[in-house]
Design a protein around this ligand. Sequence first.
Ligand SMILES: [Zn+2]
Length: 200
Amino acid sequence: MKFQYAWLVPLLLLPGSTTGAASAYIANRASRTTELARQLVLQRLEWLAGRNECRQAFIREKIDLDQVRATAYEVRFYNAEGPEGELRFSDVVGKPASPNEQIRDLARGLSADAFVLGYQDGRKYIRSKEVILNRGYFWQTNAQDGTWRMTTEEEKQALLLHELLHIVLNRDDDDLTRRGLCPLRLLASCPRVSTAAASE
Ligand SMILES: [Zn+2]
């Protein structure tokens, strides 16, 4: 009996160490996703900050571009369809959840191209700084013939900026839309990236 027990110990420890390695691998993948998304949105923010008409559009809406930039460094991004999609809500947000779904399943249940993870704390809705990138971040479907195409960099940047605005302003979609803060509308005050690139 004692002998058997001794054998049980390493067997019991084993799943723990495997999980540790797996989550380290997943965290590593998530940090790569973060790095790429952050780089992309920072490029856009730098570009916006360098243009007076864009800066003015943000000032008019009382959005502090420096704060948006600082938040971009704090936010982590997860590819719902990548290996990090296996992470559960509690792994990502650091709060217990019930049901504690994998972010892959959470994303499949939503039509949003990207979304901020949040939770209800009493009467307050808390937005985390964890952003899930859903399929629409990577691929867009053509409404006419149902074919898929890759999401353009500019679309990705607008989407990432939109998610950052949710966090910085702590507003939901209705509020952002009401305030005309849909990034596409905000960015309409600025020249398009491709035009600007051609003229630079
Ligand atoms: Zn939104």
